[in-house]
Design a protein around this ligand. Structure first.
Ligand SMILES: NC(=O)c1ccc[n+]([C@@H]2O[C@H](COP(=O)([O-])OP(=O)(O)OC[C@H]3O[C@@H](n4cnc5c(N)ncnc54)[C@H](O)[C@@H]3O)[C@@H](O)[C@H]2O)c1
Ligand SMILES: O=C(O)C(=O)C[C@]1(C(=O)O)C=C[C@@H](O)C=C1
Length: 314
């Protein structure tokens, strides 16, 4: 799906976005691009964010309370940090109309299901979700319509989720440009611990180490920043509240992956100390094949080496 995707029939009459940051603002622009809803209301906790949203035309109507934003909504999307999902769900519950669907975009699924599920009234559907797309930026000004194009969105239906409402939400995400798959919550949290959560923690650590290393000055770190480190600094600039909540709520899976990571790191450390070039060579050959596999599968078309590796592979 690209920016010139034809506008289609609305999938929902009214969509409410709760929390107006990167993901909600990108959803708003993508919904408008595709004509996927007749009206989108929005609510953010801070007056400043609501004022910014009004100023930049984010949402058809910005409301001063979450209750007001959710009134008569067919779909309510919780776009707040994972740790804030429960209080927001409790707050909006009285305003949810029968037949409406509540979804979320949180980066962790099991804890969100446990936190939000008990607040969903009878007759209201709950279909958790997670778009695998983002940037290091946050806030209402950071969104853009193309964020979800050709990215995965994982839907995590819970027991009793109505298949028709799951299909409707799938159509919304597809309309916003995503490829959609369904996944079970525990598995989601383990997969994301490997592909997103642990890598973020490693990036935070590496940038922290550079910052602590007083023998290398700040200006040298900036001036001689090699591409690898620069990628780490981009990731490590991600929103502190969002990532604090991710690690506190996906504790088990992240600690499992970090345990494995530490073992591998020690093995590589030992290979360097003992001069075991064969271990290093084998290891790096294996990891290079993984990168090439991602590109050959068309999963990273933004990569500078996409064209070359595709060509080499034929
Ligand atoms: N940033 C990413 O790369 C990314 C990608 C996929 C999913 N997510 C998930 O999406 C959600 C939102 O992330 P984002 O990047 O849009 O964050 P963001 O910081 O850009 O926006 C979060 C919004 O929630 C509001 N908020 C915070 N606490 C609140 C509360 N208690 N009540 C009401 N509003 C509150 C903030 O004011 C802000 O408007 C998070 O759960 C995150 O895990 C983020
Ligand atoms: O591209 C980035 O900046 C991201 O970190 C996006 C990213 C990721 O790890 O891929 C971050 C958190 C999400 O829950 C989903 C996507």
């Amino acid at each position: 799906m690209t920016t010139d995707t034809p506008v289609q029939a609305p999938i929902y009459n009214r969509v409410a976005l709760i929390g107006l940051g990167l993901i909600a603002s990108s959803m708003y622009w993508a919904i408008k691009r595709g004509g996927l809803a007749n009206e989108v209301t929005g609510y953010a906790r801070s007056t400043e964010t609501r004022e910014t949203a009004r100023e930049i035309g984010l949402c058809d109507r910005v409301c001063d309370t979450a209750i007001e934003a959710c009134e008569d909504a067919d779909l309510v999307v919780l776009c707040v940090p994972v740790g804030a999902m429960e209080s927001v769900a409790r707050e909006i519950a009285p305003a949810l109309k029968k037949g409406a669907t509540v979804t979320d975009v949180g980066s962790v699924k099991k804890s969100v299901i446990e936190a939000v599920g008990p607040h969903i009234p009878d007759g209201v559907h709950f279909v958790p979700g997670h778009p695998l797309a983002g940037t290091e930026h946050s806030g209402p000004r950071s969104g853009f319509a193309e964020l979800f194009d050709n990215r995965w969105c994982l839907l995590v239906p819970v027991e009793g989720s109505d298949p028709a409402e799951v299909a409707r939400l799938r159509a919304l995400w597809e309309g916003m440009g995503s490829n959609v798959e369904e996944m079970e919550a525990d598995h989601h949290d383990l997969v994301l611990a490997v592909t997103s959560h642990a890598p973020h923690l490693i990036a935070y650590t590496m940038v922290g180490v550079a910052d602590d290393l007083r023998r290398v000055t700040d200006s040298e770190v900036i001036k001689y920043s090699a591409a690898g480190f620069r990628d780490f600094t981009r990731i490590a600039a991600s929103d502190p509240t969002m990532w604090r909540d991710v690690f506190l709520t996906n504790k088990e899976a992240t600690l499992e992956i970090l345990g494995r990571f530490t073992e591998e790191l020690f093995a590589l450390q030992r290979a360097i100390r003992t001069g075991d070039g064969e271990h290093l060579q084998d290891y790096f050959t294996r990891t290079r094949a993984i990168r090439r596999g991602i590109i050959e599968a068309g999963q990273d078309t933004d990569a500078p080496d996409f064209g070359r590796i595709k060509k080499d592979a034929t």
